[in-house]
Every structure is written in structure tokens, then in C-alpha cells.
Design a protein around this ligand. Structure first.
Ligand code: NDP
Length: 294
């Protein structure tokens, strides 16, 4: 078993981003700027946003975290997004999900100017991704593709099985793996909770991406010998053993599956760190105007 080491790869790519950010700042007279809106005080969301902000500082970006109480109205949130869309000093905008039930996440996603949509969730970016056109790619699948690229994992002609079809991970992942690109050119099976014979489907995968949200769901008996296994899951459980009071578990039973896999990502230390890299790369591209000229 070889480790797909998110710590190592993300540190290397962040060093490159830092240098590019410094050149941008020298030329533009300002830093690339990411704004993150956080509504409410969900523990997981707080941790993710704090980590995104910290990483922006690390690579020399400006970052602003706008926080709202859980009872902000949808209209107020949409008005703020409209304001940010018009602000030329802000390059990227993300609204942390999940949102409270009274706010429609689709309306929010579509309200963000697609040229600032560094999460890559806007239908324009998703459509352009499907057509292999320049766009912001959703951060988690983007980070996974960068990881596969870094380790030179062969994808062409391979059978990839994606478990989970969410708009932010599973679906875009399946599109990226199937595109005519490198990495890419896999034959992809996209599975979900209504898939019949899920174990047999997963067993056929040369590459397995698990994005389900269930602790240790994928076990050794479900994985082909020598498969490449990407664990997207972040399942938080309270724990007295850690300083934070939480322990993280993936969707893959690492202990068992790592004995059969040729390559595998750990949790933590795998996809989560690469997601941040995807977001930072998108923000830099937004600042430079390379995808959508300013
Ligand atoms: P969602 O809850 O939106 O989607 C889960 C998907 O898994 C759905 O498509 C669902 O199927 C499928 N699923 C659920 N149960 C089963 C089952 N028993 N068998 C087969 N499929 C099943 O989750 P997300 O995609 O947002 O996130 C998935 C995981 O990844 C979570 O743990 C999340 O925390 C983590 N995550 C990690 C990130 C990172 O940076 N590492 C970033 C984003 C998410 P159906 O559609 O039929 O309901």
C-alpha cells in the first residue's frame, strides 16, 4: 500500500500558489481576496471556514469571513451576495453549506457571480466543466484530480467507481474522471443509495472514490486487490482522546482496505487538505482573470 499523502502534496502546491500570489500582488498592488460567508454556528462549518481563512493567509491572500446569525433572511443574504458581486476588490466568494432550512441553497448558488464562484457550484461552471471548457472546478473533485496527477496514477482505460452523487462531490467527480483529459478517460460508474449490488459495483473498480458520509462504509471485502481508493468522507465523532473533542473518520475502513489497495488516502490528511488547495487555486485564477478575463 502506498499513501496518497494530502499533507505532502498540498504543502508543495501551496508553495507554488504562494509564489504566484506574490507576483500577482506585486503587479496588481493588492492581494487575491476571498470572502467566505458563514450562516449560523454549525461546528463542522466553523472548522472548515476557519481552515480556509488560515490557508488564505498562509499563501498570501486576503481573506474575509462574514458571519450571520442563523435567522438572517434569504433576501438579506442575497442582497449581500449582490454587493460582493459588484466589488472589484473581491475575487472569490463562497457561501459555506449547509444553510438553514429557510434559505434555498440553489438560489444562493445561482446568485453568486459565476466569475467569482470559486467553489465551482454555479450551473455555468458545472456546464462548462462538463464540456471541458475553462471553468472553476468544484474544490473537492479538483483537489482529488491534482492528487492523482501528482502521483502519476494511471486513469486512462481504468474503471472508476464513484460512491455518492452529490452536486458538490460525487457528480462532478464522475464527470471529471470520464472527461477526455489527463487525469480522466476512465469508464465511470456513479453509484448511490438506490444502486443494486453496490458491493459488486465497487469490487469492479480500479479506482474507487467514496463520498457517502458514513463512517467506515467501504470495507476490505468490497474492494478489488490493487485498487486506488480515495476517501472523501469526513465523519466527526465526539472523542475524549483529542484536544478538539472530536475525532474524524472516513467513509473507508482504512485499516482493512489499506491491506488490499495499491494507493489510498488517509482521513484526516488526505482529500480534506486537497480541497483547500482546489479552493486556493480557483481563487488565484479568479484574481488573475485567467479563466474569465476581467
Ligand atoms: P451528501 O449527503 O450530499 O451525499 C451523499 C451521497 O451518498 C448521496 O448521493 C447518497 O445517495 C449516497 N449514499 C448515502 N448512503 C448510501 C448508501 N448506503 N449506499 C450508497 N450510497 C449512499 O454528501 P456529500 O457528497 O456532501 O459528502 C459526502 C461525504 O464527504 C461527507 O462525509 C462529507 O462530510 C464529506 N466531504 C468531504 C469533503 C472534503 O473536503 N474531504 C468535502 C465535501 C464533503 P442518494 O443520492 O441516493 O441519497
Amino acid at each position: 500500500m502506498n499513501l496518497l499523502d494530502g499533507k505532502l502534496v498540498s504543502a508543495k502546491i501551496k508553495e507554488d500558489i504562494k509564489q504566484e500570489a506574490a507576483s500577482f500582488t506585486a503587479q496588481a498592488g493588492r492581494k487575491p481576496h476571498l470572502v467566505a460567508i458563514l450562516v449560523g454556528n454549525d461546528g463542522g462549518s466553523e472548522t472548515y471556514v476557519a481552515s480556509k481563512m488560515r490557508n488564505c493567509e498562509l499563501v498570501g491572500f486576503e481573506s474575509t469571513n462574514i458571519r450571520y446569525d442563523v435567522d438572517i433572511t434569504e433576501a438579506e443574504l442575497l442582497a449581500k451576495i449582490g454587493e460582493i458581486n459588484e466589488d472589484p476588490t473581491i475575487d472569490g466568494l463562497i457561501v459555506q453549506l449547509p444553510l438553514p432550512k429557510h434559505i434555498d441553497p440553489d438560489k444562493v448558488t445561482e446568485a453568486i457571480d459565476y466569475r467569482k464562484d470559486v467553489d465551482g457550484f454555479h450551473p455555468i461552471n458545472l456546464g462548462r466543466m462538463q464540456r471541458n471548457l475553462p471553468c472553476f472546478i468544484p474544490a473537492t473533485p479538483y483537489g482529488i484530480m491534482l492528487m492523482l496527477e501528482h502521483y502519476g496514477i494511471e486513469t486512462s482505460g481504468k474503471k472508476a467507481v464513484v460512491v455518492g452523487r452529490s452536486n458538490i462531490v460525487g457528480s462532478p467527480m464522475s464527470i471529471l474522471l470520464a472527461r477526455n483529459s489527463t487525469p480522466g478517460n476512465c469508464t465511470v460508474t456513479l453509484t448511490h443509495s438506490r444502486t443494486a449490488n453496490l458491493k459488486e459495483e465497487i469490487l469492479a473498480g480500479d479506482i474507487v472514490v467514496a463520498a457517502i458520509g458514513r463512517k467506515n462504509f467501504v470495507t476490505a471485502d468490497m474492494v478489488k486487490e490493487g485498487a486506488v481508493v480515495i476517501d472523501v468522507g469526513i465523519n466527526r465523532e465526539e472523542s475524549a482522546e483529542t484536544k478538539s473533542g472530536f475525532k474524524l473518520y472516513g467513509d473507508v475502513d482504512f485499516e482493512g482496505v489499506s491491506k488490499k489497495a495499491s494507493w489510498i488516502t488517509p482521513v484526516p490528511g488526505g482529500v480534506g487538505l486537497m480541497t483547500i488547495v482546489g479552493l486556493l487555486k480557483n481563487t488565484l485564477e479568479a484574481a488573475k482573470g485567467t479563466i474569465y478575463p476581467k
